[in-house]
Design a protein around this ligand. Structure first.
Ligand code: TXA
Ligand code: MG
Length: 325
């Protein structure tokens, strides 16, 4: 039986955190809010619990999971930190940054969670509910985004219910997530920080701390630097047309900024990511808007979004959405 707790109700909050901790310790799945997107959480030490994540999402077994822990100290027990990883953890944890690091073998994490790799992806989330659950459960939590594999990530508890429903024991509903894009994933190629996935922490913020540009992952199609970054991903069912400067018959419009393109009056539906052209607001609205438009139309025209700041990650997700068909 799926239990949903409204975390905005102070009288339900403690009960929700306790129920989530009990479910995790039992090996069950929990829909957990983070500051980026909702995660599908399970005990990262348990082969059985991690297998349940892959099964619920329909996720390929070769695509490893991020392990969530409450502190840098807990992270040091799981992985080795190159000097630049230490700098980034100091600057941005807790927060929307995932570090892919050399894994310590004795860490007790299920090999299924790391897909047999000798690296491990680690994140210290900032969301107070996620942090409270990590502390109460007192175990490392594997948590991919709580969507069906290949679909857009969930930014509301209702998205988790729609995608995963009864596979989950407990969902903590803390309202829409603040950032709305997944964490930025940074790996280390011979100790050089490498951008594996643009996300909720901008390249500029990271490079300001590193004082050097992020490297681009070596392009080896047989051994992708980040297995999850297959082109066809984060996809709605609808056909997505990027950089639209007009709206064509039967299209819905995903807009950005104050002025709408020609033909907008005949759009089947319009969602504006940010009427004022604010990229943080657009990031927060992106996945819910894609889900909404996907429900009402088989075709979505997307206005151009500037490629600076959070726009890099927004455009990455939009390109993947357009590859979906
Ligand atoms: O914001 C987020 O990161 C959310 C919340 C729930 O924390 N989680 C999330 O997880 O987006 P997921 O599984 O949807 O994406 C994790 C990404 C995938 O692209 C995966 O391939 C990559 O991280 N990854 C995980 N472990 C890795 C590793 N050892 N080496 C390279 N990439 C890895
Ligand atoms: Mg995901």
């Amino acid at each position: 039986m799926l239990q949903i707790f409204d975390m905005s109700d102070p009288s339900r909050r403690e009960a929700g955190i306790a129920a989530a901790a009990v479910a995790l310790r039992r090996g069950d799945l929990v829909g957990l809010p983070t500051e980026t997107v909702y995660g599908l959480a399970a005990d990262a030490r348990s082969d059985q619990a991690v297998t349940a994540i892959f099964a619920a999402k329909g996720r390929p077994r070769f695509n490893p999971l991020i392990v969530h822990i409450p502190s840098r100290a807990a992270a040091e027990r799981l992985a080795a930190f190159p000097p630049d990883a230490r700098k980034l953890a100091d600057a941005f944890w807790p927060g929307p940054l995932t570090l892919v690091l050399p894994r310590k073998p004795a860490a007790g994490i299920s090999d299924l969670a790391t897909a047999g790799l000798d690296t491990i992806a680690i994140r210290v989330p900032a969301h107070p509910v996620a942090r409270a659950v990590l502390v109460a459960a007192d175990l490392p939590v594997a948590a991919p985004s709580a969507n069906r594999s290949g679909h857009v990530s969930p930014t509301e508890a209702g998205h988790v219910v729609a995608d995963l429903g009864d596979a989950v024991a407990v969902i903590l509903d803390a309202g829409p997530t603040g950032i709305g894009l997944e964490s930025t994933v940074v790996g280390f190629d011979r100790n050089r920080a490498t951008l594996l996935r643009p996300g909720g922490l901008t390249r500029a913020d990271i490079e300001r701390v590193l004082r050097t540009p992020l490297a681009i992952p070596a392009d080896d199609p047989d051994r992708p630097a980040s297995p999850g970054m297959l082109a066809k991903h984060y996809a709605p069912a609808a056909a997505v047309r990027l950089d639209a400067t007009d709206v064509r018959p039967n299209e819905a419009l995903l807009a950005f900024g104050p002025s709408l393109p020609a033909g907008a009056d005949r759009a089947i539906a319009i969602r504006n990511l940010s009427p004022s052209g604010d990229l943080a607001e657009a990031a927060a609205n992106l996945f819910a808007a894609l889900r909404d438009l996907d429900r009402v139309s088989g075709k979505i025209a997307v206005m151009p979004v500037p490629d600076e700041g959070l726009g890099e990650a927004i455009n990455d997700r939009l390109r993947r959405a357009a590859e979906g068909r």
